[in-house]
Write a protein that binds this ligand. Structure first.
Ligand code: NAD
Ligand code: ZN
Length: 217
């Protein structure tokens, strides 16, 4: 394992990882591929949706450890599966919402799906009684208010930015590493395949997130 790590991860990245204070991680569907969640645009050999039995994998666990390692750490995800939180991540910026939350179509209140009241088969809002919908961003819908802006502001101040398991074609999420790079951060991609972002990155770690991230720490 150590030998593989030495070959794959540059001394430069090891040093930056040791010395960084301010780190941002952007994740996409690929970080959950090894938990059995199918990605959207392929890769990762994940054809089976195993429902709510899904568990975080070593990539989610490594990222959750990193939040205590750096004095300023930001996790931004495009995933809606809640697996970062299941691994212990706190304060995740969820750009596309969460499948574990419902939102009232009338008053906008959010409720945990596990605590929802069901009236005549339809989940109803605790506050106003209107019907609820999953709190996820569908194609063409707006991102949750402020989520991208918070992520972009953190991207502009980070020293080290990891882009993990995203095909980097969904904007504005894909703009986050671009913002980090333009502001001088060292940008590292972790993905078994090349993406439109690979060119922009300082370092590309080719392989699966669950194998690579634990090698860093
Ligand atoms: P994507 O499906 O477009 O791309 C997945 C990327 O992950 C690909 O580049 C692929 O090469 C890479 N990948 C596959 N296996 C990997 C592994 N083991 N380790 C690291 N990388 C791996 O995903 P996206 O860029 O996140 O965009 C998809 C959109 O669909 C997002 O907006 C997201 O909200 C949604 N989505 C979410 C989930 C989820 O919540 N888990 C799953 C599918 C799609
Ligand atoms: Zn309501």
């Amino acid at each position: 394992m150590q030998a593989i790590a030495r070959q794959l991860i540059s001394e430069e990245l090891r040093r930056r990882f040791r010395e960084a204070n301010n780190v941002l991680v952007l994740t996409g569907a690929g970080v959950s591929a090894e938990s059995g969640v199918p990605t959207f645009r392929g890769g990762g050999n994940t054809a089976v949706w195993k429902g709510i039995a899904l568990k975080p994998n070593p990539a989610h666990e490594a990222i959750a450890r990193w939040q205590d390692r750096f004095s300023d750490f930001t996790l931004v995800t495009q995933n809606i599966d809640g697996l970062h939180q299941a691994a212990g991540a706190r304060e995740v910026i969820e750009l596309h919402g969460s499948i574990w939350r419902a939102r009232c179509v009338h008053c906008g209140a959010h409720h945990n799906l596990r605590e929802l009241r069901i009236d005549n088969g339809v989940p109803a809002c605790f506050d106003c009684g209107s019907s609820m919908r999953p709190d996820v961003v569908l194609f063409g819908e707006m991102l949750p208010a402020g989520a991208f802006e918070r992520a972009a502001a953190k991207a502009a101040e980070c020293e080290l930015c990891f882009v993990v398991g995203t095909s980097a074609v969904v904007y504005p999420a894909a703009a986050i590493p671009e913002i980090a790079r333009a502001a001088g951060a060292y940008v590292v991609e972790v993905n078994p395949e090349r993406t439109p972002l690979s060119e922009l990155c300082n370092e590309v770690l080719t392989g699966s997130a669950g194998e690579i991230l634990p090698l860093l720490g």
